[in-house]
Ligand binder design. Structure first.
Ligand code: NAP
Length: 291
């Protein structure tokens, strides 16, 4: 089969809801062979029912990362065209209220697991022939896209654990992107601002499970924070649906020269523009608000 007609393969993590689920569905509609991962058996069954090749993968469980990766390679005859690292959660709580265990768990899911999977995928892509791609574009040996966040480059109160994990991703993968130069493997980071998904309610659960809310010196501030996390926000000018992320994912997967970073939403574009050129006291004023 010629390269032009071969169905391209992608592994997408965190497909039980939100961005991962939306992107997996859209990729399938756009003709990709999608390997979609989730953690709960019910989610895996639902994904299979929708025609996905669904695999169990928990970033906090190294064996599950290796098992899912091996299953993908067995199914494709040893190749993989693209990886979208997406599954993650946001642990709320002031930095002084985070136990080491809670912070480590955040990094296992949002950082070390992503590194582990990427480290498995890169050698496979390196061995693949260069694809001519569609039209005259040189598609390269593979594409790796990571779902970072506006909080991967802007600090935000009560989000220290999540901030740290996403800043770490930016540092690691912007470096690796440079190291992959000339290899035919393109690496990009998507940096969404607020996107409608289950992210906030999943974060709320982590807040309740892992932080001593009433015993904290920040107990009064946390009341506000709890109310914010409980509020169900829809799409508006500043908060978009997951299709906005898919648009950037499409560019990162298809463009001859994908970008290093893709801000999504007005807040993310705005902060990306002003970072580095705004004095710290103004940044503080902007990020701390009125209190
Ligand atoms: N929504 C936003 O405002 C926003 C903004 C910026 C960046 N992001 C990023 O976008 C990505 C997707 O989030 P979302 O908004 O779609 O939230 P979501 O609806 O909560 O979806 C998160 C997905 O990640 C999975 N996940 C959580 N922990 C995992 C682990 N240890 N191993 C593997 N998968 C895990 C969840 O699976 P389970 O159902 O099994 O928990 C779920 O499928 C994340 O990387 C997030 O940091 C989101």
């Amino acid at each position: 089969m010629g390269a032009m007609s071969r169905v391209r393969t992608i592994l997408v993590t965190g497909c039980s809801s939100g961005i991962g689920r939306h992107c997996a569905l859209r990729l399938k509609d756009d003709g990709w062979r999608v390997f979609a991962t989730a953690r709960a058996e019910t989610d895996l069954a639902a994904l299979r029912g929708e025609g996905f090749e669904a695999l169990h993968l928990d970033y906090a469980d190294t064996a599950s990362i290796h098992a899912a990766f091996n299953e993908v390679l067995a199914a494709t005859g040893g190749r993989l065209d693209a990886l979208f690292n997406n599954g993650a959660y946001g642990q709320p709580g002031a930095v002084e209220d985070l136990t080491g265990e809670v912070l480590r768990a955040q990094f296992e899911a949002n950082f070390f697991g992503w590194h582990e999977l990427t480290r498995l995928v890169v050698p496979v892509m390196r061995k693949q022939e260069v694809e001519p791609g569609w039209g005259q574009l040189n598609w390269g040996r593979g594409r790796i896209v990571h779902c970072s966040s506006i909080l991967g480059f802007v600090p935000f109160r009560w989000r220290g654990a999540y901030n740290a994990s996403k800043f770490a991703l930016e540092g690691l993968f912007l470096t690796q992107r440079m190291e992959l130069r000339g290899s035919g493997i393109h690496m990009s980071l998507i940096e969404p601002g607020p996107i409608v998904s289950r992210f906030t309610e999943n974060g709320l659960q982590k807040f309740l499970d892992n932080i001593d809310i009433e015993g904290s010196v920040h107990a009064r501030r946390y009341e506000k924070e709890l109310a914010r996390l409980k509020a169900k926000g829809g799409v508006n000018r500043f908060r978009l649906g997951p299709e906005a992320v898919y648009k950037k994912l499409g560019h990162a997967l298809e463009a001859p020269r994908p970008r290093a970073q893709y801000p999504v939403t007005i807040p993310s574009h705005f902060m990306a523009r002003i970072r580095g050129i705004t004095p710290q006291f103004l940044m503080d004023r902007l990020l701390l608000g009125s209190d």
